[in-house]
Design a protein around this ligand. Structure first.
Ligand code: HEM
Length: 221
């Protein structure tokens, strides 16, 4: 009895960690997209925004630390939940039935690692060390120029677009799971539970896709 209760508590605790860190990362992703959309307002506005963000180092490093801790906890708690539920199945599935394996679980399983790889690539591209993706010099002050040059290369834009599809699906299924973790099951919230995850997933993916596409199409240059 004692054991069952503590295992149960641990599971809830891990789910809470995944939910809280997921919410923090969600907030960052939405803020990041809205901030980046200022690229449509031209180089002065965009570089001004980037400079303003970096003007308070203590704030920058606090946010970076919070993001890093959130990503690590999000991944570790998720992996732990996955291995816990696998271990709880005393005998593994004899044959996997992909028709009944939830499509959501599959996109989370492959989408999560794909997103982690994308974030590493993205940081190397724009932040550290700032690898030029094309024939230009990376600038630590002219973020607009990095943006335009980087996304003028079709394969770079293709990687970003593919990653945003994974991100959209991850946000969609993630917010759906969040409602489950929070135990929001009242029929009154049925529409919110159905529409909000879709709107957020599609909205963030579309907002992020439109920027590299606009560069590639020559709408912003
Ligand atoms: C098409 C989509 C995206 C675009 C155009 C974009 C653009 C950028 C740019 C230009 C920077 C450098 C900012 C600067 O040097 O001032 C940056 C940094 C960053 N991006 Fe993105 N980003 C995108 C998607 C994402 C996503 C999906 C994530 C995370 C899930 C993300 C996480 C970050 C992080 C963590 C940084 C580093 C911030 C720092 O310096 O502390 N980005 N992004």
């Amino acid at each position: 009895m004692q054991k069952t209760l503590s295992l149960y508590d641990t599971t809830i605790g891990k789910k809470a960690i995944v939910a809280v860190t997921g919410l923090i990362l969600y907030g960052f992703v939405i803020q990041h997209m809205v901030g980046n959309l200022q690229v449509f307002l031209g180089p002065e506005k965009f570089n001004g925004y980037a400079a303003a963000l970096k003007s308070i180092p203590a704030l920058v490093w606090s946010v970076r630390l919070i993001l890093l801790v959130s990503v690590v906890l999000h991944v570790v708690a998720t992996l732990s939940l996955v291995s816990q539920s696998a271990a709880a199945r005393e005998v593994g599935y004899r044959a996997r039935n992909y028709k009944t394996t939830s499509y959501a679980a599959l996109t989370m399983k492959y989408g999560g690692p794909a997103l982690a790889l994308f974030i590493l690539y993205h940081l190397a591209h724009f932040t550290f060390p700032g690898v030029p993706m094309g024939h230009y010099e990376h600038s630590h002050t002219d973020v607009y120029s990095n943006f335009i040059h980087g996304f003028s290369v079709p394969w770079v834009t293709a990687i970003y677009i593919a990653a945003q599809v994974f991100l959209g699906l991850h946000l969609y299924h993630g917010s759906w799971s969040l409602f489950q973790t929070l135990g929001i099951s009242h029929p009154r919230f049925e529409n919110v539970k159905r529409i909000l995850p879709q709107a957020l997933g599609i909205g963030v993916a579309a907002g992020n896709i439109i920027m590299p596409l606009a560069v590639l199409a020559g709408v912003i240059r």
